[in-house]
Design a binder for this molecule. Structure first.
Ligand code: HEC
Ligand SMILES: [Cu+2]
Length: 372
């Protein structure tokens, strides 16, 4: 419906470009509305500034000149003109702004699009596909498809902004908000951002995080399917007996039960989870350098000073509680981040929250880290 608005000026194709590359169905109409408004503003800015300058020169006071100005009362036709003409312009701007907005709000049916669940939390995004069967910290999208994002926040107000798609929407705790768009036919990577100030590390949510920059990745349909179905070892798929064997270091039974998969041992599994669950976005594993959270190199067994004056040992129980209840303990180093009474902050919710078996692997991994 909106394709007839696809007017691009020569300016947009030139190296001087005000807006990023257009990569979704909404880019043309949104850019049109933007450039229309911009052109109208630039036009009147020029007229007003040029007449001001001309009048300043023309009517400046000359030596010996003490005019007694005539009192201007009103000029009906002039007043009508400056009321009606801008009103028409406003209606035009409203028209071209509202049409794409209505289209954006008119969500397609789930059967017509690929639905991806988005969870925002301080300070990362996670995306889940196929009812949670697959999760990622990059937003993976197939080319040339209609996508619907179903978004919620597990703590405070965030906002999803993908400039190349020209879409932006608040992501709100305790309710769902939506975005939809159609990707272009080319494979490409785009940045995305959180555009609602959500806390100290708001800037690091999305592609600006230097440790784990997340991207929107538009890939071919084949690659997308491969991403969705690539088999992966998960401790949660093991029977209780196999899990018991596995955590005691006996991988034979598991290898026999899952012949197609490469089976890591508990330590390697923990290492893999440390990345897969995006812990590495905020923690270093092999140094004691603080990124966003503390570094884990050499931390095992250390005594930590907690806010409130007590101490704790960095052991299984402390690590488990820190991950499952991030608001429970804060070391004095992180006093500034201790949540206020609203209790709304909290990491590791949603699909990134490790299961009990995954926790065991993560603990095994943290136990063996040395500071390099
Ligand atoms: C978005 C950033 C972020 C992510 C992702 C994150 N953490 Fe943290 N983590 C922190 C911050 C900040 C603290 C310190 C404040 C606190 O205790 O909540 C912390 C504290 C911890 C602590 C307690 C450390 C101490 O000495 O007090 C552990 C253990 C921990 N995280 C483990 C993990 C694991 C395992 C993961 C991945 C499953 C993870 N974290 C993911 C930010 C993060
Ligand atoms: Cu945010």
């Amino acid at each position: 419906m909106l394709n007839h608005l696809g007017a691009t000026s020569a300016l947009l194709d030139s190296p001087f470009r005000m807006l990023p590359e257009k990569s979704s169905n909404f880019a043309d109409p949104v850019d049109f509305a933007f450039h229309l408004t911009f052109a109208i503003c630039a036009f009147f800015f020029a007229i007003i500034v040029l007449t001001t300058i001309a009048f300043v020169i023309k009517y400046r006071r000359k030596p010996g000149d003490y005019p007694n100005p005539k009192l201007a009362t009103h000029n009906e036709s002039l007043e009508l003109a400056w009321t009606l003409f801008p009103s028409v312009l406003l209606v035009v701007i409203f028209w071209f702004g509202t049409l794409p907005f209505i289209e954006m709000r008119d969500l397609p049916d789930d059967s017509e699009c690929i639905v991806i669940k988005v969870t925002a939390q301080q300070f990362q995004w996670s995306f889940s596909y196929n009812d949670g069967a697959k999760t990622s910290s990059d937003l993976m999208l197939p080319v040339n498809r209609r996508i619907k994002l179903v978004m919620t926040s597990s703590d405070v107000l965030h906002s999803m902004f993908i400039p190349n798609f020209r879409v932006k929407q608040d992501v709100v705790p305790k309710r769902y908000t939506f975005l939809w768009f159609e990707t272009n036919a080319e494979e490409a990577e785009y940045p995305f951002y959180c555009t609602e100030y959500c806390g100290q590390l708001h800037w690091a949510m999305g592609s600006l995080n230097p440790e784990a920059p997340a991207k929107v990745k538009v890939v071919s349909l084949d690659k997308f399917k491969e991403f969705l179905t690539a088999p992966e070892f998960s401790a949660d798929d093991l029977t209780p007996e196999l899990w018991e064997e596995y955590r005691n270091g006996n991988l034979e039974g598991v290898t026999a039960a899952f012949p197609d998969l490469e089976i890591p041992d508990l330590l390697a599994y923990g290492q893999k989870l440390f990345t897969a669950k995006t812990c590495n976005g905020c923690h270093t594993a092999n140094s004691d350098v603080t990124l966003i959270g503390p570094g884990f190199g050499g931390r095992w067994g250390k005594t930590l000073n907690l806010v409130g004056g007590s101490t704790a040992t960095f052991d299984e129980e402390y690590v488990r509680r820190s991950i499952l209840e991030p608001n429970a303990d804060f070391t004095t180093e992180f006093a500034a981040q201790a949540p206020d009474a609203s209790g709304m902050t909290g990491a590791m919710a949603g699909p990134m929250r490790p299961s009990e078996r995954e926790l065991e692997a993560l603990i095994e991994y943290l136990k063996t880290r040395k500071a390099e």
